[in-house]
Design a protein around this ligand. Sequence first.
Ligand code: AMP
Length: 290
Amino acid sequence: MEVVPRPAAPVRAVRVATDRASLAAIRATLPSPVGLVPTMGALHPGHLALIDRARRECASVVVSIFVNPMQFGPGEDYERYPRDLEADLQACEASGVDLVFAPDLGSMYPPGHTTAVEPGPPGAVLEGAARPGHFRGVATVVTILCGLVRPDLAYFGQKDGQQVAVVERVVRDLGLPVGLVVVPTVRDPDGLALSSRNAYLTPEERAAAPALHRALRAAAEGYGRGERDAERLRSLMRQVVAEVPLARPDYVSVADRSTLEELATVDRPALLSLAVRFPSARLIDCWPIG
Ligand code: AMP
């Protein structure tokens, strides 16, 4: 009988841990400071900007890849969320990542797991109102990751501005010993913020999607001209989205950047944000002002 050799597993410089014990063993060998980049995979240049920043600032870079079921609601896209671990590992290797933590479900939430982190009001509005329980899932998974990886610094994208506010609050309220670094949003040349969910868009929707960025820019320019009335800034955003036939606005917001409370007057650091439904995908974007 002919023996067909099994193809050798690819030899990688990047180490991969899929459970808590192997993570702890490799973590113990990593030089400090350690930077953590939490992701759900399907890595694109937005994620790579976080990794590059961590590479510049830290002696070791850990990327986690975990599609976290706790932050998806019933009927959301958990099952169809894009997953491509092989391509992600190649991208991590090319970016000089030291360790990828790609746990299975039982390693993140061991049998009997009952604990959750409830972020309260900043997680209840905007995305939290549209997606109940979303930020409870985010806060819980980030807390577990910080406990397991024990990073000195953790890197998050400005693209998810409410996530930044929620995680900052969790770190402060729970006294987690980690510094947060926020990295500017990476956009396609037409302004669309890169997102794994852009893959859901039809060509027609993709052509319409830069409306989110145009809306934010219109409001940011209004602010730049001296407009401080938050409702006028919201209406600048609404006008842009209303001109796009495929787009249905979910919310437009001008809120305090840390509490996410809607403002009447922009008299402190604020976040312009919006969510728009296209037939195939719901997109979000945001822009800090002030
Ligand atoms: P995700 O895999 O979508 O959970 O994203 C992982 C991290 O990458 C989060 O901190 C996101 O805010 C960040 N991120 C995603 N897209 C972008 C982007 N276009 N620019 C900058 N950061 C991003």
